[in-house]
Ligand binder design. Structure first.
Ligand code: LLP
Length: 428
C-alpha cells in the first residue's frame, strides 16, 4: 500500500482522497499516484546515500514511469535523471530539467537521438559499445563540443530475477563484455577518441532484485576495474554508476531490502573496495526506477463481468487489462487486488482478475484473494506504479488511462485520458 493509504468507512483512501469517489468522477481504468509516497522515497534515497557516501547522486530511471509532473517532482526532490531515448529526453527538456543532470542510456541509440542529446547538452551519455563511442565522438566533433561519457560494463554478476530483466550476466545485448578482457582493452581505444571524455563507468545488473549480495559483488568488480584502469592507463575516472534494480513488494509475501539497507551495502562496498584498491573514491551514482515509483501507484478498475466456472475458477473482468498492465502476461508478475469500496472486509474469495482484451493471457492478477465481488465494484490493484503506464498500449483500440496524483485531499489529473481522436491522430 502507498504511504498514506487508509481505510475509512470501508473505502480505500489515499492522499486523503476516496478512491471510490475518484473512480466514479474520473472513470476507470485510472492510474493513481500517492504524491507523498513518491516524494518520501526520493528523499529516503537521497538521505540514505548522503549519509553513507556523501559524494553521491541518485538518478531517477524515467523508464519506470514518465510524465511531466513526475519529472518536476523528481527535480524538486534533488534527483538527477536517466532517460532511455529521445522521447524521454524530449519530456525532460519540456519541463526544463537541467540537462547537465541528465544521463542518456540505450543499447542502440540512433544517430538522431545522439545528436539530440549532445546538442541539448546532457551531462552524460552512457556508451554501450565501441561502435557507439565512435558515433558520439563524431557527432560531438560536428557540434564543436566534447561529450562526457561512461562506458557501460557487463560485470558478469548473476542476479536472481526474471530472465527478461536480467542484464548483468555475460550473455547480454547490453554493454561492453568483460570476457577476454574486452571491456578493459576498449578503454584504451575510447580514451583516444578526440571528442569524448571518459568520465566514468556504469553497470546495471538487473531489476527487481531482493538480495543485496549481487550489488556488493558488482561494486567489487567495478571498483577493481577502476583501479586497473588507473594502474594501466593512468586514468582516474571521476564517477561510478552502479545502476538501479532494487526490488519492491508486489504482494504481502515479497520481502525486498529497504532503500536504507541498499544504500548501506552499496555505499559501504564502494568505500571498502576503494580502500582495498587504494583508489580515490569516485562520485557514486545509482539509478533506481521501480523502487521509487512502484508502490506509490494504484490502478483502479470497475468490475463489469463475473463468471464462475464451478470447480475451476472465478473470473472477475475489469475495464482494462494488458493494455494498461502487461507485466502479468509478460513476466507472470503477481499483483494484489482489493475492492476499494469493501476495503475493510476480509478477502475470502480466490479469483482471477482478467481484462477486456481479446487474449486469454490478458490477466492482471491470477488466483488472488479478493473480497466478495459484485458488478460495479471498484477494484484497486496495488503497486502498479512502475512499468505499467510506460509499457501501456492501445491494443483493441483501448485509450490509455489518465494519471491522477493525490495529495492532502486533492486529486490532480497530470496526464489526461486518451480519446478516440488521439488513437486516430497519426493516421493520414
Ligand atoms: N538503469 C538501467 C540502465 C536500466 O536498464 C534500468 C532498468 C534501470 C536503471 C532501473 O531499474 P529499476 O530500479 O527500475 O529496477 N519492464 C521490466 C523492467 C525492465 C527494467 C529495465 N531497466 C518490468 O516491468 O519489470
Amino acid at each position: 500500500l502507498p504511504l498514506t493509504a487508509e481505510v475509512i468507512d470501508d473505502h480505500l483512501v489515499v492522499g486523503g482522497v476516496d478512491l471510490v469517489a475518484l473512480a466514479r468522477e474520473q472513470g476507470t481504468a485510472l492510474y493513481v499516484y500517492d504524491e507523498a509516497d513518491l516524494r518520501d522515497r526520493m528523499r529516503r534515497y537521497r538521505t540514505a546515500f548522503g549519509r553513507v557516501y556523501p559524494n553521491s547522486g541518485v538518478l531517477y530511471a524515467g523508464k519506470a514511469f514518465m510524465n511531466k509532473e513526475v519529472l518536476r517532482i523528481a527535480q524538486q526532490e534533488g534527483m538527477e535523471l536517466d532517460v532511455s531515448g529521445g522521447g524521454e529526453l524530449a519530456c525532460a527538456r519540456a519541463v526544463g530539467f537541467p540537462m547537465n543532470l541528465v544521463h542518456m542510456h540505450g543499447n542502440n541509440k540512433t544517430p538522431a537521438e545522439l545528436r539530440e542529446a549532445i546538442g541539448a547538452g546532457v551531462g552524460i551519455i552512457v556508451a554501450d559499445s565501441r561502435i557507439e563511442v565512435g558515433r558520439i565522438s563524431q557527432i560531438a566533433g560536428e557540434l564543436g563540443v566534447t561529450q562526457r561519457i561512461y562506458m557501460r560494463i557487463t560485470p558478469g554478476v548473476e542476479a536472481d530475477t526474471h530472465e527478461y530483466i536480467r542484464t548483468g550476466c555475460e550473455d547480454s545485448k547490453f554493454g561492453f563484455t568483460m570476457q577476454d578482457d574486452f571491456a578493459f582493452r576498449c578503454v584504451k581505444d575510447v580514451m583516444a577518441f578526440p571528442h569524448v571524455k571518459l568520465a566514468g563507468f556504469h553497470c546495471h545488473i538487473g531489476s527487481q532484485i531482493f538480495s543485496l549480495n549481487p550489488f556488493r559483488e558488482a561494486a567489487q568488480v567495478m571498483v577493481g576495474f577502476l583501479a586497473r584502469v588507473r594502474d594501466t592507463y593512468g586514468l582516474e575516472v571521476e564517477e561510478l554508476d552502479l545502476g538501479g534494480g532494487l526490488g519492491v513488494a508486489y504482494t504481502a509475501e515479497d520481502q525486498p531490502s529497504s532503500i536504507e539497507d541498499f544504500a548501506q551495502v552499496v555505499g559501504g562496498a564502494v568505500t571498502e573496495f576503494c580502500q582495498r584498491f587504494e583508489l580515490r573514491p569516485p562520485r557514486l551514482l545509482v539509478e533506481p526506477g521501480r523502487s521509487l515509483v512502484a508502490n506509490a501507484g494504484i490502478t483502479l478498475y470497475t468490475v463489469g463481468i463475473i463468471k464462475t466456472l464451478p470447480d475451476i475458477r472465478k473470473y472477475v473482468a475489469v475495464d482494462g487489462g494488458m493494455s494498461d498492465n502487461i507485466r502479468t502476461a509478460l513476466y507472470h508478475a503477481d499483483y494484489e487486488p482489493v475492492i476499494a469500496n469493501k476495503a475493510g472486509q476480509p478477502r475470502m474469495q480466490i479469483v482471477t482478475l482478467c481484462g477486456k482484451h481479446c487474449e486469454s493471457g490478458d490477466v492482471v492478477a491470477l488466483d488472488m484473494p479478493l473480497q466478495q465481488p459484485d458488478l460495479g465494484d471498484v477494484v484497486a490493484v496495488l503497486a502498479t506504479g512502475a512499468y505499467c503506464h510506460t509499457m501501456a498500449s492501445n491494443y483493441n483500440g483501448q485509450p490509455r488511462p489518465a494519471v491522477v496524483f493525490v495529495r492532502d485531499g486533492q486529486a490532480r489529473v497530470v496526464t489526461r485520458r486518451e480519446t478516440y481522436d488521439d488513437l486516430m491522430r497519426r493516421d493520414l
